[in-house]
Write a protein that binds this ligand. Structure first.
Ligand SMILES: [Fe+2]
Length: 254
């Protein structure tokens, strides 16, 4: 009986109308800053693809990693300015902003302990400053709790990029729950819903959606191949289920 009732609720959730996603808050579309778009032409092609998928605002989040990409507000905003100019020259109607995706390493910890502003996104009535960060794909990160504490005490709202891609959480779901309950927001990659990264990442993404532990969806678009998978991902059942959650993406559309 109970399972029948649950099934009815699930069916209703899957068929009810949902708001389309207007804002993508995770992408690597700025040219020449990381392993995303290399040239302005590639950047423009990605912007065009994302626009075709329905996005009206893109927040570019180039990697910041001590060992590889020491991007700063200066490098990021200079690339943003160039891309905006090129987009407007092409007559494309889409908003573009920029922040970053910080890898949790000693370089980031030093920045968190310092007093220079970090690259965050968010505005509007809440004036939230969302800070997107990623962690090791291979091993649990020992400084994670400290980093979350530092981000929050500096007034940022930490957003963990693609929690479903850290496969060591698969058998440790309670650790993800703990993080979520501790104020870390979760951003799931749209492409994870197709199994693009791995079956395990797909299952973990679905579990996060079932547990209503998703605050943002992001494209994490680096290249054309990602944009192609996104079109398929938008037809997935779990994509609709995710859209029915209280996602924050569209609150960024101002
Ligand atoms: Fe990313």
């Amino acid at each position: 009986m109970l399972s029948l009732f649950r099934k009815k609720i699930r069916d209703r959730e899957a068929s009810s109308p949902v708001d389309a996603l207007k804002v993508d808050m995770h992408s690597h579309i700025l040219p020449g800053l990381d392993d995303g778009a290399e040239t302005m032409e590639e950047s423009l092609a990605l912007v065009e693809s994302l626009k075709k998928l329905g996005f009206r605002k893109l927040i570019a989040t180039p990697h910041v990693m001590g060992d590889f990409y020491r991007n700063s507000p200066a490098t990021v905003f200079s690339a943003l300015k160039e891309l905006r100019e090129a987009v407007s020259q092409r007559g494309m109607d889409i908003q573009i902003e920029a922040a970053a995706e910080y890898y949790l390493d000693e370089w980031f910890m030093d920045r968190l302990r310092g007093d220079q502003p970090l690259l965050s996104f968010g505005s509007g009535p809440e004036s939230a400053r969302y800070l997107l960060f990623e962690i090791s794909y291979i091993n649990p990160t020992p400084q994670l709790a400290e980093a979350v504490f530092l981000m929050r005490s500096s007034g940022y709202r930490p957003v963990l990029a693609h929690p479903e891609r850290y496969l060591y959480f698969y058998d440790d779901f309670f650790r993800l729950k703990e993080l979520f309950e501790n104020g870390v927001l979760f951003q799931v990659n749209i492409n994870s819903l197709t199994g693009y990264y791995s079956k395990t990442a797909q299952l973990l993404a679905e579990k996060l959606i079932e547990n209503r532990m998703v605050n943002f969806l992001g494209s994490d678009c680096h290249a054309r191949r990602h944009a192609e998978v996104l079109a398929r991902a938008q037809t997935q059942k779990y994509y609709r289920k995710a859209l029915a959650l209280d996602l924050l993406n569209n609150s960024l559309y101002v």
